[in-house]
Design a protein around this ligand. Sequence first.
Ligand SMILES: NC(=O)c1ccc[n+]([C@@H]2O[C@H](COP(=O)([O-])OP(=O)(O)OC[C@H]3O[C@@H](n4cnc5c(N)ncnc54)[C@H](O)[C@@H]3O)[C@@H](O)[C@H]2O)c1
Ligand SMILES: [Zn+2]
Length: 363
Amino acid sequence: MGKIRIMIFELSSLLQNVPQGQLFVLTDTNSAEHCLPLFAESIGETPYHLLTIEEGEKNKNLASVQLVWDFLLQHCATREAVLINLGGGMITDLGGFAAATYMRGIRFVNIPTTLLAMVDASSGGKTGFDYQGVKNVIGAFTQPMATLIDPIFLRTLPARELLNGFAEMLKHALIASQEEWVKLLQLAEEEPSQEQFVAVLSEWELLRNSIAIKEQVVAEDPLEAGKRKILNFGHTIGHAIESAALENIELGIKNFELSPSHGYCVLWGMVAEVYLSMVHAGCPREVLQQLTQVMLQYYGRPECNCKQREQLIEWMIHDKKNTQSSCSIQINFTLINDVGKPIINQFLPLSAIHEAIEYLFSI
Ligand SMILES: NC(=O)c1ccc[n+]([C@@H]2O[C@H](COP(=O)([O-])OP(=O)(O)OC[C@H]3O[C@@H](n4cnc5c(N)ncnc54)[C@H](O)[C@@H]3O)[C@@H](O)[C@H]2O)c1
Ligand SMILES: [Zn+2]
């Protein structure tokens, strides 16, 4: 398992044994602007080859993977090469996959520069890219030689991207730790400014604990045979919202106001799934009230019309994780009995899901 290390100043010692000319850096346009200077400072005199690709999820595609392969080939990367992925989850997913497949696998280091990538995407070993409009459909499980995290990169991150990552931190707390949940709620209640929020994260405790939750779950079930499914909490309904929003934006349907941003969609998905947890798994109502409050305070309401709400269910039915029983379609959820008490493989009928979606849109 790639070890999470704390400061990027460990970089030089980590890369001591990389042969001359065999260090490669992949980044995107925003990370190149905001993060590359600090990276360059940390790495000192060590020379490296640099590839910068356009920012954005739309570039997490095969064409970009090919750019990375070509870049490695052109500069004669050998099996001794090391690729550093400096960026958000788009870059760590893409670069990790390119590294896993070039010469049947070369070493790579993740240096996440978004909150979402720090707490989620850069660890756990999942890499890949979007293909034929399907998110992450081509990919590989592979571990970085290290993940180096430095909260200093959060300083230039837009508020919206901080909230994307915060949603996954809330998820980690909900599935694993009452203590963390209380701390995150306290932070949210204080209504910190963006600078204060980054300052609190830079104190490390919240960040470290959130990463530790993901790392521990992945260590127990690296290939998602069972327990790792708890990390899908909020994602069954969240992905449906994300997919429906993306499709409608592509079709140019203007009255569909949902943001396709992953963390926001997961937050809304969690609200609906905590509702399901309350009705079907005995989760206390208080948890739903607390999460709903955070939603209203920071993420706003998802908006869509009745037809589009029906469409959310259709997206869930098409999800590969679901099974069709003889009498009715059921959808597979991870629920929580309470904060820190997740249960996987909870199959619920469509009527239950309709009710949860109604709740989400009625708030
Ligand atoms: N592998 C996994 O387990 C896993 C888990 C969760 C998400 N993901 C993937 O991660 C991706 C989402 O990650 P993300 O939210 O980091 O998106 P992202 O990489 O697209 O980054 C979001 C935006 O922030 C910019 N940015 C990055 N660092 C910056 C900085 N320090 N300052 C200013 N701007 C900066 C990026 O250029 C981009 O515009 C998705 O592709 C998702 O599928 C993977
Ligand atoms: Zn997620």
